[in-house]
Write a new protein. Sequence first.
Length: 251
Amino acid sequence: MRKSHTTTHRRRQVDPSIRFRYDTVVPESAPKAIGYIRVSTEEQKRDGISLDAQKERIIAYCAFFKYDLVAIYQDDSTGFDMNRPGLHAAFDHMKRTGSMFVAIALDRLSRNIIDVEYIVDSYFGLGCDYQIHLMDCAGIDPKTRDGRMMLRFKALMAQHQVETIRDRTQQGVRYAMKHGANVGRLPYGKAYSRQLDAEGRRVVVDVPEQLATIARIKELHAQNATAPQIAKTLQSENRPTAAKGEWNGTG
């Protein structure tokens, strides 16, 4: 049984390296595999994709084919962003160990066709040393001309899907704003209630505790308190923050 190592480094909302159980016994000669999983908040809400579900599918996939799954890395980031610590950690581990790269789908790797082509050309294309196994691209070999064409087509479709959703969202936002709706995060001191107005929109109400905190901040500022001093006072008085975190004087 093998278990992945963990790291104390944190970025965004998840650790790049995660714990997992892999009870399948494989011979020493079994091909090594590095798993990669990714989900954004929007995808999880819209499509029901979860990191745990992806992890279990990768474990089952490697167990079925008797691959030696040595690590799984993860990100909670959009597929249009290449600044992902989990992805780069997975590539580094892959290069150190000569492992294959495993993900449940091409769009977990990226939803940007330019980034997909860069990744394929750098690691998995013609003349490259590494193998990639994408569960939705079974039989597609990026080291062949036809394989690269199929990956480009799937990457283009993934990018088109994201852009279509983005366009529809922007149209909805513009329509809502045109008709006086509040769009996005409300300012500190306001919140959406469960009550609906005549148009079916949630009514915005005051949050008394937050309004009192705003008044307290103004009071402290009038006393020439610095930002760190104000933050320390608010923290000591257990004043509520917008995101249920701690007050700091750096923002």
